[in-house]
Design a binder for this molecule. Structure first.
Ligand code: FAD
Length: 457
């Protein structure tokens, strides 16, 4: 009897799963394995919101496998050590895994290959599982990755993505392979009630429902903060409960006029992943230094805390930061705005903001988070690195009647229309009744400081 191990990482699904398909095609029995990796925890990446979503994903994966005659094996510890141990227990010759992107995932892959080879086993690494197109599949002349999105999008769009695979009908697991108990979201404290539910079943349900009701309007509504009309598929794409190749294919099949605008966003995800795969250090270091000497010290810390608490006195910034705390998720327009406010208006290091996001975001993702923060801070791939978003202008444009702001900042209830974006302009008596902070900083002062810092005054 031949046995293979499939190590699930950021691909917690049965549909369109090339490593699982390859293992099933080449062995009589397969061990579907997930390791609660000490290395991920040590890197401070196991924030409660994502741990809760992950617990849902593992429970659903186990249930789906049981429906097919199998089950999920969960172990904890060093991923490499645990995979070798399970492979030895099962007498497996081959181990299948999806290609990783981050520096951590790349190092883990190398260590795993070496450790397995020492035991006479083989590691098979499968591309285009975590992204729609593998990093490096398209490159510009003379470089190993694209540093600008638009030409990448052009090349990416011209590529044919592989056809998504169906889920297997039967998965046979060898007897006698022990598993730790599945983690549960119940024991995790401090997670918001509104946190999204994880799992492949939920991801597929959401994709189907969203495609039916919203996709056609995506282009005109994706920036409308109050409408909340984006897909909210980001945690499913992060944990791989949905396959990006399948999401693209399903969007393009009868997706209507919004489909290509939506597919473009999936391409942004691939874009950041191919940058990180080629430059893993960009998770910490400036991709393109602007020689910033970011503010530090007590005042900067207090202002950062006000930003985290949603008490900057700028309603759009505060609404978005409170949405993050209450849902573990934030609308993209909000993310752009609060990141610009922290890095450019307050001139605080992008790493401080990125860390806070990673502590709370249910979709917190090294490639998407760190590189979007760098993009917004102007140290990344933005071709207009010194632009600064004005929270009042952005509010009037993307939340013109103030619905989004009032949803998250109840202190401003009763203030209608665009006035909600400038509460400091209300009449004296109206203003004195508000329990809402004065602006933390004059936007013009922030802008002048930023321009000086970047040598553009
Ligand atoms: P939709 O608009 O429905 O888009 C569909 C999918 O496309 C998303 O689920 C996502 O996977 C991808 N996508 C959309 N916009 C982007 C983008 N700008 N870059 C990369 N992929 C994108 N996204 C994350 O998944 N994880 C993060 O940790 C993360 N941090 C961010 C930090 C900042 C400062 C900024 C500006 C953006 C960040 N994003 C991150 C990107 C984007 O904001 C979210 O992917 C999006 O808001 C998720 O909502 P949605 O699923 O409804 O998106």
């Amino acid at each position: 009897m031949t046995v293979s191990v499939v190590l699930f990482t950021s691909d917690l699904r049965l549909h369109d799963h090339p490593p699982l398909r390859a293992a099933l095609d080449s062995a009589d029995r397969v061990v579907p394995l997930f390791v609660q990796d000490d290395g991920v925890a040590a890197a401070g990446f196991d924030a409660p919101n994502r741990r809760a979503f992950l617990a849902d994903c593992l429970a659903d994966l186990d249930a789906q496998l049981r429906d097919r005659g199998g089950r999920l094996v969960v172990r904890s510890g060093d991923a490499v050590g645990q995979v070798c141990k399970v492979a030895a227990e099962a007498g497996a010759r081959d181990v299948h895994i999806a290609a990783g992107v981050s520096g951590y995932a790349q190092r883990r892959e190398t260590r795993l290959r070496e450790a397995l080879e020492q035991d006479g086993r083989r590691l098979h690494v499968h591309d285009a599982v975590i992204t729609a197109l593998p990093p490096g599949a398209v490159t510009p002349a003379g470089s190993d990755h694209f540093a600008v999105f638009t030409p990448y999008f052009r090349r990416w769009s011209a590529e044919r993505l592989r056809d998504p695979l169906g889920a297997p009908r039967v998965v046979r697991v060898p007897d006698g392979i022990g598993s730790d108990a599945l983690p549960s979201r119940r024991g995790i404290s401090g997670i918001p009630e509104a946190l999204a539910t994880g799992g492949e079943s939920e991801g597929r349900r959401r994709l189907t429902a969203w495609k039916r009701s919203q996709l056609a309007h995506y282009e005109e509504r994706h920036d409308d903060l109050a409408a909340d009309a984006t897909s909210r598929l980001s945690p499913h794409l992060h944990f791989g409960t949905l396959s990006p190749a399948e999401v693209v294919q399903r969007a393009r099949t009868d997706g209507g006029p919004g489909a290509e605008a939506f597919v473009r966003q999936i391409c942004w995800r691939d874009f950041h992943h191919q940058v990180l795969a080629a430059r893993p250090a960009a998770s910490r270091a400036d991709y393109r230094t602007r020689h910033d000497r970011w503010r530090s010290g007590r005042q900067a810390e207090e202002e950062t805390q006000a930003w985290k608490d949603g008490r900057t006195g700028y309603p759009m910034v505060d609404a978005a930061m409170r949405q993050l705390r209450h849902e573990g998720w934030m609308h993209n327009r909000g993310r752009l705005l609060v990141a610009s406010f922290l890095t450019k208006t307050l001139y605080v290091d992008w790493r401080v903001g990125a860390r806070h996001f990673l502590d709370l975001l249910v979709d917190g993702d090294i490639a998407n988070n760190q590189l979007n923060w760098q993009w917004t801070a102007g140290t990344g791939t933005d071709t207009r690195p010194h632009r600064v978003l004005n929270p009042v202008v952005q509010g009037k444009r993307f939340d013109p009647d103030g619905t989004y702001v009032r949803r998250w900042v109840p202190e401003l209830e009763g203030i209608t229309g665009k006035a909600v974006h400038e509460p400091w302009k209300l009449s004296g008596s109206e203003r004195s009744r508000l329990d809402y902070p004065e602006p933390l900083i004059d936007l013009n002062d922030g802008l002048a400081r930023f321009k000086r810092a970047r040598g553009r005054d």
